[in-house]
Design a protein around this ligand. Structure first.
Ligand SMILES: C[S@@+](CC[C@H](N)C(=O)[O-])C[C@H]1O[C@@H](n2cnc3c(N)ncnc32)[C@H](O)[C@@H]1O
Length: 273
């Protein structure tokens, strides 16, 4: 991997006065690609939900376990929508350990992410980074670079991890997921993780929504089990189904107690039958 000099990835004109969800996430993960404004907003969240850092790490572990499993099952095409800033064990690195010819396309709508990702992730011919907005899924799926790299006539694993909760209901999130799902042939996979709440009145949910309203994403919408399950309806869910990401196929020494009485990040992998 090449390295990006300090500050080089910040495109001209991006105000570092607005907290950025990708950089906040990088801070939760212990990364260095964040600014004071991001750390301040993230620290506010950590003070209310101290588990956010371990949850974020568990989300990356979920990603690693899931894409490795799919690569071992023969999937050779991966599209990571809302990919975020490069970190350790990005999708292409995990899947290429299993199959060197596995292809990955990273998609994000944040110019900060794109500059950084192009420098660090496009490090071999099987990997591409494209700009695309999940709120315009038809346009995203029609992107010529995506189509050149990924053959939607064959199985594809599409990841939408920790991104759908940044799309508010008025942007028709259900229709967005449906459009993405319609592009997938049988044998394809959908990987989701989503901020869940059993009750919109929970303090953590309100505090999270408030803190994220001043970020570049503009909002954070926790959704119910029914809503998140709806995105997966008709898919064959891989064991253990939709669960908190920290309990998705844990290593033997970790706990796998599923508690859906509290807000958490839920994850699942579904196969298109
Ligand atoms: C919290 S990060 C998650 C990163 C990675 N998917 C993971 O789970 O580790 C969310 C990412 O989604 C991106 N994002 C938010 N809204 C998006 C949209 N409408 N279209 C594409 N990307 C979006 C953000 O820019 C950010 O990089």
């Amino acid at each position: 991997m090449r390295h990006v000099a300090e500050g080089q990835y910040l495109p001209h004109g991006i105000p570092p006065t607005v907290p950025n969800v990708a950089r906040m996430y990088d801070y939760y993960l212990g990364g260095k690609d964040n600014f004071a404004v991001d750390r301040e907003a993230a620290d506010k969240i950590i003070s209310i939900v101290p588990s956010v850092r371990s949850t974020t790490k568990a989300n990356r572990a979920f990603l690693g376990k899931a894409v490795s499993l799919l690569a071992r099952a023969g999937v050779r095409q991966f599209v990571d929508i809302g990919a975020g800033l490069p970190t350790q064990d990005n999708v292409h690195q995990v899947v290429q350990r299993v199959a060197a010819d596995a292809r990955t396309v990273y998609v994000d709508n944040d110019p900060v992410v794109l500059v950084h990702a192009r420098a660090l992730l496009e490090d071999n011919p099987e990997t591409k980074v494209i700009g695309g907005d999940l709120r315009r899924p038809k346009e995203l799926l029609a992107d010529p670079d995506l189509r050149e790299h990924i053959d939607f006539g064959r199985p594809v694993a599409v990841l939408m991890l920790a991104v759908l909760h940044f799309i508010p209901d008025h942007d028709e999130v259900d229709a967005i997921v449906e459009t993405v799902r319609r592009a997938l042939v049988p044998g394809s996979y959908l990987l989701l993780s989503h901020f869940y709440t059993p009750d919109d009145e929970q303090d953590t949910v309100r505090a999270g929504a408030k803190a994220y309203s001043s970020t570049n994403a503009g909002s954070l919408t926790a959704r119910s089990l029914t809503r998140i399950n709806g995105y997966l309806s008709g898919l064959d869910l891989i064991e253990p189904g939709l669960v908190p990401v920290r309990t998705w196929r844990p290593a033997w020494e970790e706990e796998a107690v599923v508690d859906l009485s509290v807000p958490d990040l839920l994850g699942a992998v579904g196969r298109v039958p």
